[in-house]
Design a binder for this molecule. Structure first.
Ligand code: SF4
Ligand code: SF4
Length: 383
């Protein structure tokens, strides 16, 4: 317990000030006015945090409820992940200029602001690790991602409860944060159990009024994590997921496609998805052109356009691609599944398609629920 300290709740504003004094802009969870959800946005202080708010999530539904609790972090996860702070949904990669009879390639500015994110959950930290594997540890390093990633300070918070859509325990990513943080908090009744995970984190908390953590603080934090784990649903295990490749002709894909809108919401909110397209935007005078990267989705028809052919014509093929890539094909690519159990794809699916339930059904581990939800003809909606 020597590395654990206790921060009284009244001193949380001091932590935010110390982060800002170290030169970081501070991003935290805040209620998006008129949107009914929590999102990560820049905050000025504790007054912007969602004090006394609790999220209720179900397939196709996200609601915030007032609890009257003094807690700031008594929610399971935000609508948007921390992904946009490292992987920009729209980004200019370079510019080409035609001058003096030659083509000149001009790089864009890659400098990034020092950014601290407060309240990061285990599922999102694990997703960041997956994105690091793709953007930083592959054959090519993405300089745009790298510039932002190097300036990121992460203040994680262990979850104290799970939403009905959460399953990070069964992907091995939560509910406790184990690595990848600069500072880690467990929110308790009157304050925070605090751990430091980096030299930067140690410097930031150095002047805070930290107290010695007690056995009682530790036990309270462990009890919260255990309760959170017990509330979660369960994704099929490794051995069962390894059978997904044998289910490519399952009749269940057709059934899901009758409801799926091919809207791509699930991929937009997923903290691990990084599919994109690249496009050229020429200036009207013909003298220059900009090269952009836009986030894309395996649910877009054009995303499977390969050498003159769209290879995933219908919603059935696109939903199958989404699930089998996440839960099966990521393993040979990145050494683990591409899902960290945040549950956002289920919560934010407009027709409430349940990712865990569908995986169980496709693998023959559960029966399809009766009655089915109303059907929507996905193939027409995707046109
Ligand atoms: S697949 Fe769904 S549950 Fe898994 S990380 Fe992506 S959004 Fe979260
Ligand atoms: S599964 Fe849901 S969120 Fe994903 S594309 Fe289909 S309708 Fe949209």
């Amino acid at each position: 317990m020597s590395d654990m300290r206790y921060l009284p709740r009244a001193a949380l504003s001091g932590l935010i000030d110390a982060i800002r004094d170290a030169g970081y802009r501070v991003i935290g969870p805040r209620e998006e006015t008129g949107q009914g959800g929590l999102v990560y946005r820049e905050i000025d202080g504790v007054e912007d945090l969602p004090q006394g708010l609790h999220d209720r999530q179900e397939p196709g539904s996200y609601r915030l409820e007032k609890t009257g609790s003094p807690r700031y972090f008594a929610w399971a996860n935000t609508a948007s992940a921390i992904k946009p702070f490292v992987y920009a949904p729209r980004e200019k990669l370079w510019r080409v200029v035609h001058k003096e009879g030659r083509i000149h390639f001009e790089p864009v500015e890659r400098d990034a602001a020092k950014t601290a994110i407060l309240g990061v959950r285990a599922c999102d930290l694990a997703a960041l690790e997956l994105q690091d594997a793709h953007f930083l540890r592959g054959k090519f390093v993405d300089p745009y991602y790298k510039a932002r990633r190097e300036k990121l300070l992460l203040v994680a918070v262990n979850c104290s409860h799970a939403a009905a859509t959460c399953f990070c325990a069964s992907t091995g990513d939560g509910p406790e944060v184990s690595t990848g943080y600069d500072i880690l908090l467990d929110e308790l009744e009157d304050g925070y159990l605090l751990r430091v995970g980096s030299t930067r984190g140690a410097m930031i908390v150095a002047d805070l009024p930290l107290q010695a953590a007690t056995q009682g603080h530790l036990e309270a934090a462990l009890a919260q994590s255990e309760a959170c784990r017990a509330q979660q649903r369960v994704l099929p295990g490794e051995k069962d997921l390894a059978r997904l490749g044998e289910q490519l002709e399952s009749a269940r894909w057709t059934k899901v496609a009758e409801r799926c809108l091919s809207c791509g919401n699930c991929t937009a909110v997923c903290p691990t998805c990084f599919c994109h397209r690249e496009l050229e935007v020429p200036a009207l005078d013909g003298k220059s052109s900009e090269h952009w990267r836009d986030a894309d989705s395996c649910f877009s028809e054009d995303h499977s356009y390969i050498v003159g052919e769209v290879v995933r014509h219908g919603t059935r093929e696109r939903y199958r691609q989404w699930m089998t890539h996440k839960l099966f094909n990521w393993v040979p690519q990145y050494g683990r599944i591409g899902c960290t159990g945040c549950g956002r794809c289920t919560t934010w699916c407009p027709v409430g398609i349940d990712f865990v339930a569908e995986a169980n059904i496709v693998l023959g581990l559960a029966e399809a629920p009766e009655p089915e939800l109303p059907h929507v003809d996905g193939s027409e909606a995707a046109q």
